[in-house]
Design a protein around this ligand. Structure first.
Ligand SMILES: Cc1cc2nc3c(=O)[nH]c(=O)nc-3n(C[C@H](O)[C@H](O)[C@H](O)COP(=O)(O)O)c2cc1C
Length: 169
């Protein structure tokens, strides 16, 4: 194993970060009468009490300023059937919800139908972090279907979970 003591370029960093597998979430809300949202794989559970999770949003995001103006946001953990939805919810042009089944709450949160988990959230804090903002979200109402397998994102590709034959940790 050899390590070079020099700053990595952004492509190299992306490739290295991509070695860490993640799920894919969608953060969505009703804005001006339409569903608005974005795919985010940077989701991390943060705290149980109070219940907090985080996502990281690019500082240049055009969607985040619209979402952050809403009192509540819907956070959906996408299921393995949601590869097309994940791509659609990240597209730069056109209707991101075209072909994506969704549901909304009276308070304005929007959820992707058939998700593995879906949480009604409000913004707890935003922390600038380089070219991203760490967004801490407080979970107001959680719901989940742990039997619905999640979508996995690794090395810029979508994957499925596979069960290993071993005892629980
Ligand atoms: C699988 C996947 C994961 C993504 N994760 C993030 C993320 O964690 N944070 C982020 O800011 N953008 C993420 N994006 C990109 C956004 O979904 C979106 O394309 C980007 O914010 C540009 O659109 P905007 O300017 O409307 O925000 C992801 C895209 C894909 C396909």
């Amino acid at each position: 194993m050899r390590l070079r003591d020099c700053p990595a370029d952004s492509a190299e960093l992306r490739r290295a970060f991509g070695c860490f597998p993640s799920g894919v979430t969608a953060v969505c809300a009703f804005v001006d009468g339409n569903p608005v949202g974005m795919a985010a794989s940077s989701f991390t559970p943060v705290s149980i009490d109070p219940p907090l999770v985080s996502i990281c949003v690019q500082t240049g995001s055009a969607t985040w300023p619209r979402l952050r103006s809403r009192p509540r946001l819907g956070l959906s953990v996408l299921a393995e059937s949601h590869t097309d939805a994940a791509m659609s919810l990240s597209r730069k042009f056109g209707d991101r919800f075209d072909g994506v089944a969704w549901a909304d709450l009276p308070n304005g949160g929007v959820f992707v139908a058939g998700a593995s988990a879906w949480w009604d959230c409000r913004i707890h804090a935003e922390v600038p972090a380089g070219d991203h903002i760490i967004v801490l979200l407080e979970i107001c109402a959680p719901d989940a279907d742990p039997d619905r397998p999640p979508l996995i994102f690794h090395a810029s590709r979508f994957r499925r979970l596979a069960m290993m034959d071993q005892e629980r940790p």
